[in-house]
Design a protein around this ligand. Structure first.
Ligand SMILES: NC(=O)c1ccc[n+]([C@@H]2O[C@H](COP(=O)([O-])OP(=O)(O)OC[C@H]3O[C@@H](n4cnc5c(N)ncnc54)[C@H](O)[C@@H]3O)[C@@H](O)[C@H]2O)c1
Ligand SMILES: N/C(=C\C=C\C=O)C(=O)O
Length: 496
């Protein structure tokens, strides 16, 4: 088989181990890492038990009081840049790791996943160096006044738990600011995507980060590494990205210990296309926001609302482009879409494909599994899918599916569509397509979401706040919001 058509041409490690106190550590229990492209077994992954997690937390605690805890911000920032340099130097290996675990197009792994891994470290290295604190000249009864100023200190040992959909991007989105603020971390990537985090441990070690500062544990959630981490008494904070119901479970696990949490959770995001929008740009944008990463991005729009006068034309255009999407191997030229992350996730998405028909949907495009007549038939591929005709309260229009699918509905009035967009348990993102600047500024603030894009989608400035409202998250990360979450502040009042 040519290297074009398989991940097996990539050199993959036979066993992925934990990284604890500066050493790679195996554990007796392992689980299999399976390629979603062809169902082949690509590696064995160690599963951390409670003792592994305890050793990692203890190493992180000890490292707080070692060289890392005494390091100047500028030195810490230089280390984060060295980590970024290390990822850059092994760029192709990181691409191979992401592609092996997820089957995504190589061009996406290059331009988004690994590129953002580097950017995350560089962004927070620089932000930490320029982080300001507060200073107030205060009045006092005796007229002599006082000075109030704040100092930033690390939270301590931060537990990091990340999902599989953008493995390196989302893992480093947490690791980078946590380290930039002087914390030590115990980090668990998803069981579905262990490879790039393991490679990152090598890069962090080789960058000279002191042992115990960064610890990596592999495993699952409940009654495995994830839960052992959230329930560990010596963890000072948990930052988590994943499903809303998992967030709720984690919140219960940390409640007794009153740990700080930052949650980036699920979504059922909307795109709204007004008749005055740039039609071609809106079609291209909604194609991206519906099918990027096989729809496995928390920011994807599974709900699309189109003004009635252009509805039929818009649906026809989306149908044509969706049916033209190239689904294939990661390294194929011009491939648009790879598989879903796993057969289990594919079963979930296909259950919604069936449910939609039961709920009365018109299947405009897709709705099933592509046939390749080769090894990919053993992978986790589904067809990109478009529905119309469902009521707003249909489960397929209210529940997060997390696959390459969207439902397109017509609307008549601005106030009507705003109400329909906001009628959701989620509130992560929304994309508005209009050429009317006043409308953009009028509608965007009314959307109950953490992020609103106008005439674009997933355009990111890492200094901006990122997070969701309602079931989509707790808190914000990004820019100074990350510095605020990953630091404690003490206010000091000096009487003059
Ligand atoms: N808001 C965001 O920024 C954002 C970004 C990416 C993904 N997501 C969401 O993540 C979900 C997809 O990712 P997923 O399937 O990996 O989510 P998931 O919640 O199943 O798992 C996420 C992580 O949590 C761990 N975990 C699961 N149960 C746990 C428990 N009881 N205790 C501790 N850890 C536990 C998993 O092992 C994994 O590492 C989607 O809902 C998507 O919307 C949100
Ligand atoms: N947190 C970010 C993306 C989240 C994507 C969700 O799947 C980011 O771009 O910083």
């Amino acid at each position: 088989m040519s290297s074009l058509n398989s991940t097996s041409s990539v050199h993959l490690r036979p066993q992925l181990r934990h990284f604890i106190n500066g050493e790679f550590v195996a554990s007796a229990k392992t689980f299999r890492n399976i390629s979603p492209v062809d169902g082949k077994h690509i590696a064995d992954v160690c599963e951390a038990d409670a003792n592994n997690v305890d050793a990692a937390v203890k190493a992180a605690q000890a490292a707080l009081h070692g060289p890392w805890g005494r390091m100047a911000v500028s030195e810490r920032a230089a280390m984060l840049h060295k980590i970024a340099d290390g990822i850059q130097a092994r760029f192709d290996e990181f691409v191979a790791a992401e592609v092996a675990d997820t089957g995504r197009p190589v061009h996406q792994a290059r331009t988004l996943d690994v590129a953002r891994g580097i950017a995350n470290f560089r962004t927070f290295a620089d932000l930490a160096k320029t982080a300001n604190t507060d200073l107030f000249q205060s009045e006092s009864a005796d007229g002599l006044g006082a000075l109030n100023y704040t100092v930033r200190k690390p939270l301590g040992v931060v537990g990091i738990i990340s999902p599989w959909n953008l493995p390196l991007l989302l893992f480093t989105w947490k690791v980078a600011p946590a380290l930039a603020c002087g914390n030590t971390v115990v980090a668990k990537p998803s069981e579905e995507s262990p490879s790039s985090a393991t490679l990152l441990a090598e890069v962090i070690r080789d960058a000279g980060v002191p042992p115990g500062v960064f610890n990596l544990i592999h495993g699952f959630g409940g009654n495995s590494a994830g839960e052992f981490l959230t329930r560990h008494p010596d963890i000072d904070a948990i930052t988590f990205t994943g499903e809303s119901k998992t967030g709720s479970t984690i919140m219960k696990a940390v409640a007794d210990g009153m740990k700080e949490v930052s949650f980036e959770l699920g979504g059922k995001n909307a795109a709204v296309v007004f008749a005055d929008a740039d039609f071609d740009a809106a079609v291209a944008g909604v194609m991206r926001s519906s099918f990027t990463n096989s729809g496995q991005v928390c920011l994807c729009s599974e709900r699309v609302y189109v003004e009635r006068s252009i509805f039929d034309r818009f649906v026809a255009a989306m149908k044509e482009k969706t049916q033209a999407l190239k689904i294939g191997y990661p390294a194929e030229d011009n491939v648009d879409m790879g598989p879903l992350i796993s057969h289990g996730h594919r079963d979930k998405v296909l259950s919604y494909y069936r449910l939609a028909v039961e709920e009365g949907a018109t299947v405009v495009a897709g709705g099933g599994i592509p046939t390749f007549n080769d090894e990919r038939d053993d992978g986790a591929y589904v067809q990109p899918t478009i529905w119309t005709g469902l009521p707003d309260d249909a489960r397929c229009v209210t529940e997060e599916i997390f696959g390459p699918v969207c439902h397109i509905a017509p609307f008549d009035r601005e106030d009507e569509v705003i109400g329909r967009i906001n009628d959701s348990d989620y509130g992560l993102t929304c994309a508005i397509w209009t050429s009317d600047l006043k409308r953009a500024h009028r509608v965007a603030p009314q959307i109950e979401a953490g992020l609103v894009w106008v005439n674009t989608w997933y355009l990111r400035d890492l200094r901006t706040p990122f997070g969701g409202v309602k079931q989509s998250g707790l808190g914000r990360e990004g820019g100074r919001y990350s510095l605020d979450f990953y630091s404690e502040v003490t206010n000091i009042c000096i009487k003059l």
